[in-house]
Design a protein around this ligand. Structure first.
Ligand SMILES: C[S@@+](CC[C@H](N)C(=O)[O-])C[C@H]1O[C@@H](n2cnc3c(N)ncnc32)[C@H](O)[C@@H]1O
Length: 198
């Protein structure tokens, strides 16, 4: 469970994943903080929201307040299975994403969502390629939101971003325009931000 705090999640046989105990409840409750941090950046509604690195799907109920359909991808199959078990609505869909194959493609994505994920992709994947792919799927009014750590505060996630300026530069190079950001005092070291299509 490389990308998750070991206190929250455990890996079982055959790659199954379960969340455990009081820490897991805390983890789910953090979803509310994240939502509050980005809430003012979100569209009232859009036809399709696309979450990169959806994990077990804790953000789905919040994202669905702003989208008619939801699509989430993650690199860990056990987490995608867990998310599928939790959400059965026809308008919610999850896929395991293989970094070699690229992201499943849609036309006219209205909301792109990253929460505590870019920080991992900077180390294990190609965030530039992901941002370019999402830019190609974006409808003209698309909004990209992020809630990301800029400091390697647990000294184990190998976050490569050191400043918001690095994030801004990468977004600009890939066709996104960083239009707003704020620090998140409730989760020290995290920044919430909004980008629109350049
Ligand atoms: C800290 S969890 C956050 C999950 C979810 N975004 C949330 O806020 O609840 C980080 C997630 O990023 C996923 N992840 C790590 N590297 C990834 C990559 N290259 N592409 C997509 N997802 C990735 C992990 O499997 C994990 O589910």
């Amino acid at each position: 469970m490389k990308y998750w705090n070991q206190r929250f999640a455990q890996e079982g046989p055959m790659g199954t994943v379960s969340l455990k105990g009081a820490d897991a409840r805390m983890y789910w409750s953090q979803a509310g903080w994240i939502y509050e941090a980005v809430r003012s950046y979100l569209p009232k509604t859009c036809s399709l929201a696309y979450e990169i690195g959806c994990g077990a799907g804790r953000m789905v109920p919040y994202i669905m307040r702003h989208a008619q359909r939801y699509f989430g991808v993650d690199v860990v199959p056990g987490l995608v299975d867990l998310a599928r078990l939790s959400f059965e609505a026809m308008t919610v869909d999850f896929h395991t994403y293989s970094k070699n194959k690229g992201l499943p493609s849609f036309q006219r994505v209205g909301l792109v969502w990253f929460s505590t994920v870019m920080q991992h992709i900077t180390c294990n994947g190609d965030l530039r390629a992901v941002l370019v792919a999402m830019r190609q799927m974006a409808e003209p009014e698309c909004i990209l939101v992020g809630y990301e750590a800029l400091t390697d505060w647990e000294n184990k996630t190998h976050i490569k971003f050191r400043s918001l300026e690095e994030v801004r530069g990468l977004l600009t190079e890939t066709g996104w325009n960083l239009v707003a950001h704020k620090e998140c005092p409730v989760d020290n070291g995290h920044v919430a931000f909004k980008a629109t299509v350049l």
